[in-house]
Design a protein around this ligand. Structure first.
Ligand code: HEM
Length: 62
């Protein structure tokens, strides 16, 4: 099952990313959601979205 998340109106496939492979509870990464408002709680910035393991799916339809 592919793991998609939304961030700032863009939908990303993060299935192949090391931090998303594991159980979401352990890694605090929850697929299937718009995580824009949660990034400020993360120990990293949005530059993680430039990782090669991430694929852009398209824009989030409101
Ligand atoms: C408290 C919550 C969070 C924790 C503790 C956390 C922790 C981490 C850590 C430790 C990494 C690896 C960083 C590195 O390799 O430099 C990572 C990668 C990543 N995180 Fe988070 N994160 C959190 C929330 C979020 C949120 C809210 C998003 C999305 C908006 C997000 C998206 C990502 C992405 C896309 C990656 C890169 C993929 C990867 O390297 O596997 N994270 N996160």
């Amino acid at each position: 099952m592919r793991k998609w998340i939304a961030f700032r109106g863009v939908v990303y496939d993060v299935t192949d990313c090391p931090r998303w492979l594991r159980d979401s509870r352990q890694s605090l990464h929850f697929p299937g959601q718009d995580l824009t408002s949660e990034l400020p709680d993360a120990p990293h910035k949005e530059d993680v979205f430039t990782r090669p393991c991430i694929k852009v799916i398209g824009s989030l339809q409101e």
